[in-house]
Design a protein around this ligand. Sequence first.
Ligand code: ADE
Length: 238
Amino acid sequence: MDFDILTIFPDFFVSPLQEGIVRRAQADGKIRVRVHNLRDFAVDRHRMTDDRPFGGGEGMVMKPEPLAACVQAARRHEGESRVILLSPKGKQFRQAAAERLAEYDQLLFVCGRYEGVDERFCDRYVDEELSIGDYVLTGGELAALVVLDAVCRLLPGVLGCGDSVTNESFSCGLLKHKQYTRPRIFEELPVPEVLLSGDHAAIARHRFVESVQLTLDRRPDLLATVEFSPGEQKILRQ
Ligand code: ADE
């Protein structure tokens, strides 16, 4: 998959893209990431990418021409591409959206800045607007990295272990169970006995109950949409 990032702060992306799984995915040719400096697409001699809002008001608005020129230059002609504006006004980004976006051949992330982006660019070029949460960041750059990371790890062959994405928080609508590793006792705190028992069915039951309890405690909103199988309902009644 191709990821294209449109930003006025290209240096923002230098180090985060050179770490961990995202770095390896690029090295293995699973993804390609290109960062485009919007300033290179500015049309006036001052290379301005923003201007004062018509109608007055605070702050600056991102001009439509550099954004449009950059999308036109970056968008691939073959395959399915999606232009995504990152902004606090967008729809909330969730795991289901990451799964949906993982099906495209190219994602173009437009990193909004200042007080917003000229609406005519949005109307003509943007396929969807996403927010990563109910808070305001200084720009869409961190949000673009969040979405890129969440999509990248879902692509075939990106994670080492085949089932790593099937048994994790949100994949089945529940938060993931607690995890432990060595030592068996840490500062007088033991690992739950059942995890040392070797009884895989008992371990699976324990983890399932823990997932439900954790979700009930921290994210009861998620439980509303989970459908438990008859077997799971029986475990929960015990
Ligand atoms: N830009 C500023 N705040 C944002 C948010 N919460 N999500 C996505 N982009 C943003």
